[in-house]
Write a protein that binds this ligand. Structure first.
Ligand SMILES: Cc1cc2nc3c(=O)[nH]c(=O)nc-3n(C[C@H](O)[C@H](O)[C@H](O)COP(=O)(O)O)c2cc1C
Length: 197
């Protein structure tokens, strides 16, 4: 048994457990918050204005064709611009970008005034200088899922800098991953994905 004060399941006679009922909001957050993630800024443009939000719910979906997904709260202002533009960018934040993550977790598009960014070469969508990797995507499919919307993007360009380390996020804490990477050994690779930054 996990050492936890959170009761998710009811014991049965067989010793197996079944979910007693739908998990509550706090329980859901505690379980899914235990999944270690990186932090990205998902961004788009509307009327020549950049929009973006901090987003940890991104995921690789398919290699052929190259697809990724981002799960975005359906009330997000950035979501509306992504759907309107039919394109977006994902900037994977490097380990020194905690302040940028916190800034993009607040509403409004003035955040871009205080940071360095450029328009992606293929889509024109905003790419952050604080990114250790980025993907430029066209919108492939949009699907509502509960209070969030799954945006499936076709990756048409991108790059990764293997000399920089990522920002981690776990149980509402930011993690400085270089310490952990040094501890477990750094892979000897300079292989680029699509191109170098
Ligand atoms: C570390 C971190 C990860 C987040 N991940 C997500 C996410 O995956 N999806 C989401 O919709 N919001 C996520 N948020 C919250 C949004 O960044 C926040 O609601 C933001 O204000 C939305 O901005 P917008 O409405 O201007 O688009 C996250 C916030 C933080 C701090």
């Amino acid at each position: 048994m996990l050492k936890t004060d959170l009761l998710l399941c009811a014991p049965t006679e067989t010793g197996l457990t079944v979910a007693a009922s739908e998990i509550d909001r706090a329980g859901f957050r505690r379980v899914l918050g235990s999944w270690l993630s990186g932090v990205s800024i998902v961004s788009s443009m509307a009327d020549d204005q950049p929009f973006g939000l901090t987003c940890s719910a991104i995921c690789s979906v398919s290699v052929t064709p190259p697809l990724l997904l981002a799960c975005i709260n359906s009330s997000s202002a950035t979501l509306a611009t992504i759907v309107g533009a039919g394109a977006f960018a994902v900037s994977v934040l490097d380990t020194d970008s905690r302040a940028i993550s916190e800034m993009f977790a607040r509403r409004g598009h003035q955040q871009f005034a205080d940071i360095s960014w450029h328009r992606g070469y293929r889509t024109g969508m905003p790419v952050l200088a604080a990114a250790l990797a980025y993907a430029e995507c066209t919108v492939h499919h949009v699907s509502e899922a509960g209070d969030h919307t799954i945006v499936l993007g076709k990756v048409i360009d991108g790059a990764a800098d293997h000399t920089r380390d990522p920002l981690g996020y776990w149980r509402t804490n930011y993690l400085h991953l270089p310490d952990a990477i040094e501890l477990h050994g750094r892979p000897d690779t300079n292989a680029s994905w699509i191109g170098e930054l």
